[in-house]
Write a protein that binds this ligand. Sequence first.
Ligand code: GUN
Length: 292
Amino acid sequence: MNLLDGKATSAKIKQEITEKVNEYVNKGFRPPHLVAIIAGNDGASETYVGHKEKACAQVGFTSEVIRYPENVEENTILKKIVELNNDKEIDGFIVQLPLPKQVNEQKIIETIAPEKDVDGFHPVNLGKMMAGLPSFVSATPKGIVELLRHNNLSVSGKHCVVIGRSNIVGRPVSVLLSQNNEYGNATVTLCHSRTKNLKDITKQADVLVVSMGKPNFVTADMVKNGAIVVDVGITRIKSDKTKSGFKLVGDVDFENVAPKSSYITPVPGGVGPMTIVSLLLNTWQAYLSNIK
Ligand code: GUN
């Protein structure tokens, strides 16, 4: 078993981004600037946005968080988005999901200018990705592909089984892995809550990507010997073994699946750091187009 170390891989990519930022700043350009909007009191969202801010500072980007209370009106956020769309000093921005129930997420996403949509959630970016055109690819699917690529793991000709069909992870990653390019060319099966005989399918997987948000769902009997296992799940559960009283667990029963796999991502330290660094890569891409 080899660990697919997202922490180490993302550190390498961050170093490369830092060098490029320094080069541009030394030439007299301003650094890249990312804005995050967060509405309500979702604890996980606060943690994620905190990680994103910290990562920006590490590579020399500037960043800003705009916060709204739980009872914010949809229109307030829409107006702010239009303002950010028109601000030349902002290269990209994200609206952290989930949003309070009175706010229509799809309307919010569709108001973001596609060229500033560094989360890659706008239908224009999703459509371009589907067509294999240059676009912002959402951070988690991009991070998974980058993690495999940086560890010299080709999926070409392999059977990739993805569990979970969300717009943010499952569906886009299944498109990327099946695309006709050097990072794709896999045969992909997309499984979800209505899939019958799930275990029969997962046992055929050369590469298993799990994104369902159910702690320890994938057990050793569901995994083929030598499979590459990518665990996107991250759930905080109570634990009497840690100081905080909580621990983070993935969707894969790591302890029992790891010995069977050829490569496996840990949780934490696998896909999570790759997601953050992919947002930085997207912001860098937006910056280069913006400062032209
Ligand atoms: N909520 C969970 N993951 C994400 C993400 O990657 N971006 C945003 N904006 N919200 C999220």
